[in-house]
Design a protein around this ligand. Structure first.
Ligand SMILES: [Zn+2]
Length: 296
């Protein structure tokens, strides 16, 4: 059920992502109604249903009958599947909808959906124009920091409130015990490691640009790397970066073997950062466990 809800939300987010990507590439305002790219006529709200409208209108504009880009349909379905799977996977461990765990689950879901949305926009713009727009990635970093800070504060305050309600709980608060402080620190871990990893990965990419004199990586990758560090924290963001380099290298070797590109020619790195991050978002624990099992 939750998976289906995620799929439907993903369909809507898909058209939203496509609009954000297109408008940030053509430097248009993000605000304002959707319109046909050919005749500029505003599209009626009842023709804006993802997938269904596309099929009903037979992929053509109602006004000028020009063919609509298949990208709309592809993005909607792809994002639908992505968010559907995300919702399904996140909800697997959910047992009750009446306790703090549920609130935690909701935060988690919103956080991950936001992350996937930004990654999808960047994926599109970088593939199409080798460009990661500041108008997307900078607000995304600000929203990410605000979100993680807010969640951390709410969780720590809730823990304090919860303990303070009972006699036994009060004994776990300072000055009686360090239980509360230890758990508060544990709760703040994603926030602390997120900030640290953002600085580390951003700095690492920046130094790569300086060493290679800007070949292969750009300022957009630095900001995207920092965003990924912030959102995934430690150790997940490191695994994501490692997977990005790995998939990027394998892909480049294939391109060179099949003669599509020659050595030294640049391909955008952003899409690989996105792929690495998605792999970690969905299977981070499995990948880490597998890696740790190799060392025994
Ligand atoms: Zn039109």
């Amino acid at each position: 059920m939750i998976g289906l809800a995620g799929f439907l939300l993903g369909l809507v987010l898909g058209s939203f992502i496509k609009v954000l990507a297109d408008r940030s590439l053509s430097k248009q305002s993000f605000w304002g109604r959707s319109y046909c790219t050919y005749c500029k006529k505003t599209i009626k709200w009842y023709d804006l249903f993802p997938v269904i409208s596309y099929i009903l209108l037979k992929a053509r504009c109602k006004n000028c009958h020009k063919k609509l880009s298949i990208e709309y349909l592809l993005m909607e379905v792809a994002t639908g599947l992505l968010i559907g799977f995300l919702f399904y996977q996140t909800s697997v461990n959910l047992q009750s909808i009446y306790n703090f765990k549920f609130l935690s689950f909701l935060f988690d879901l919103i956080f991950k959906t936001f992350f996937v949305t930004i990654l999808s926009v960047v994926f599109l713009t970088d593939i199409k124009k080798m460009f990661i727009p500041d108008r997307i990635i900078l607000p995304a970093i600000r929203i990410g920091i605000t979100f993680i800070t807010a969640i951390t504060i709410i969780k720590v305050l809730y823990l304090y409130y919860y303990l303070n309600q009972t006699v036994v709980g009060k004994l776990l608060l300072p000055p009686h015990s360090d239980f509360f402080l230890r758990h508060a620190f544990y709760t703040a871990e994603p926030f602390l490691t997120g900030i640290l990893m953002a600085a580390l990965i951003g700095g690492f990419f920046m130094s790569l640009i300086i060493i290679t004199k800007g070949k292969g990586m750009g300022g957009g990758d630095v900001k995207l790397g920092a965003f990924i560090g912030l959102m995934l924290g430690f150790p997940n963001s490191l695994i994501a970066i490692f997977l990005s380099f790995l998939t990027g290298a394998v892909f480049s070797i294939f391109l060179i073997i099949f003669g599509k590109k020659h050595f030294g020619q640049s391909i955008p790195f952003g899409p690989f950062l996105v792929l690495g991050s998605l792999m970690v978002l969905f299977w981070g624990d499995k990948i880490l466990n597998w890696y740790l099992s190799l060392r025994i």
